[in-house]
Design a protein around this ligand. Structure first.
Ligand SMILES: [Zn+2]
Length: 481
């Protein structure tokens, strides 16, 4: 085998089993904004180089990766670039959880030593097992550097974080990066919703950030309090954790209630990296191709899908040195665009829209749909509030019954009159025919700080409230493997 061309290995060409030199990743510069508008071939060349270095790095540093690559019969030196991605094994969340249990606390896929770390983060969610994500000072710096590609906020501008920050990678990096750039973070995560409304009116932050469903709930509370958020001087609203800009009706609701033109979806995975967001010209999520390689695969077969087809999004971390993941299955479902540049000039890969998680997909009488599709339809009916819930019950003959619960906005007349048009819209939009229940405004539970729970599964043998409709076929396979 040949190891020539590896700059980190002074004994290139010798059997790597006898090497004593430890692989390290180069110090990449990620601050040049021009890198995201390079011709595709040049972007691809950067990816090729970084993938080669990454595969060799994880093989040498991590027993977990050495095992996986050996099982997949891949020798690191055989991986020449992105064209070889499909030869690499997938990684799943289930597998990482199992690995952290088997080799506590961080798992053997951790490639750097404790002396290099700056902190520990976890995946979000308030209960249950959390995946532990450690970050080196090098990786933290690279994450902060990336934010320098975003337009700077005006000096002295306040921005308010509506949800928790501590322990969460995306919000923590965002706050630190904005602080470095001269903006003033207001960490409002521990305040109740009414206090946040009063603070927005008094402090007049230029931007607020939180999960879209909570942002909408906050606007509702403001209305009850008689506070007009549209006159509070906001410039931008950022949603993370769920789409705010990418669902047209949600975008319109936020734009109107907050009086802002700029609505941004931030996107990233704690397990991978903060990855990108949309631009002023497009609601598609622009993925930093120089930081992560992105693929779209068939959720069942794992085969790579052509551009534009809907499938599961898979990420390969190209630069992180601490817990880098190859071919990590995000469980997010969407479509990729990369052969044409965005109107903003960016040539990076875009995810047109995250439709949902593979495990949120609801199967109903032979068809399937995502909660986000219900959201789009409900929020395009102004006679309804933006809230909705999808309830799954056991029906006769073992078939599930799906009921979409919505709320009549105050003063919109009889609920019965709202039901039939909504049912028709759902039928044509989803391709299934769910039951519809129109409730009084304020009946449904509101988002508390983070993503809303939109699915209530009351079928026998299911947990009382889950986000998804039960396990996807993919999740079942992960658990069985
Ligand atoms: Zn763009």
């Amino acid at each position: 085998m040949s190891l020539s061309g590896l700059s980190y290995c002074p004994r290139a060409g010798q059997d790597h089993e006898r090497r004593t030199v430890t692989a390290a990743l180069p110090d990449y510069d990620v601050t040049d904004p021009a890198a995201l508008a390079l011709p595709r071939e040049q972007l691809r060349a950067i990816q090729d180089e970084r993938l080669r270095a990454m595969v060799r790095y994880v093989y040498e540093r991590s027993p977990f990766w050495r095992r996986k690559l050996t099982e997949a019969e891949v020798r690191p030196e055989e991986i020449e670039g992105i064209a070889d991605l499909a030869r690499l094994p997938f990684t799943s969340r289930t597998e990482l959880d199992a690995e952290q249990s088997a080799h506590p606390p961080f798992g053997e896929y951790t490639c750097s030593s404790r002396e290099q770390w700056m902190g520990l983060f976890t995946t979000s969610g308030t209960s249950g097992r959390k995946l532990k994500r450690v970050v080196s000072r090098r990786d933290w710096r690279l994450m902060l550097d990336r934010f320098y590609r975003h337009p700077a906020p005006p000096p002295g501008e306040m921005f308010m974080l509506l949800g928790p920050v501590d322990g969460l990678l995306g919000p923590a990096v965002g706050v630190e990066a904005m602080r470095e750039r001269g903006a003033i973070p207001v960490l409002a995560g521990t305040w109740d919703t009414r206090t946040k409304v009063l603070a927005i009116a008094e402090l007049r932050p230029g931007a607020i950030a939180g999960a879209a469903s909570y942002i909408i709930h906050l606007a509702e509370v403001a209305q009850e309090m008689g506070v007009d958020l549209a006159s509070c001087g906001l410039r931008a609203v950022t949603s993370f954790g769920e789409p705010g800009a990418a669902v047209d009706a949600t975008h319109a609701a936020i734009a109107e209630r907050y009086g802002v033109g700029e609505i941004i979806d931030g996107y990233g995975l704690t397990e991978v990296w903060p990855l990108g967001g949309n631009c002023p010209f497009s609601a598609a999520l622009h993925i930093a191709d120089d930081l992560a390689a992105v693929e779209c695969v068939d959720p069942d077969s794992g085969e790579q899908l052509p551009e534009g087809e809907t499938g599961e999004i898979v990420f390969t971390n190209l630069i992180g040195d601490t817990q880098p993941l190859l071919r990590y299955r995000s469980r997010d479902v969407g479509q990729l665009t990369f052969s044409t540049p965005c109107a903003c000039g960016s040539t990076v890969t875009r995810i047109e829209r995250i439709e949902g998680r593979t495990d949120d997909m609801i199967w109903y009488r032979g068809a399937n749909f995502f909660p986000s599709a219900v959201e789009e339809i409900v929020r395009s009916h102004p006679e309804l509030t933006p809230e909705y819930r999808i309830v799954l019950d056991d029906g006769r003959r073992g078939l599930p019954v799906v009921t979409i619960q919505v709320e009549a906005a105050s003063g919109t007349g009889a609920p019965e009159a709202l039901r039939d048009p909504l049912r028709a819209a759902l039928r044509s939009g989803l391709g299934v025919n769910p039951e519809v229940e129109v409730l009084a405004a304020g009946s449904l539970p509101r988002a508390q700080q983070s993503k809303a729970r939109r699915v209530l599964d009351r079928r026998a043998g299911r947990s009382a409230t889950v986000r998804g409709s039960g396990m996807s076929r993919r999740a079942q396979r992960d658990q069985g493997s």
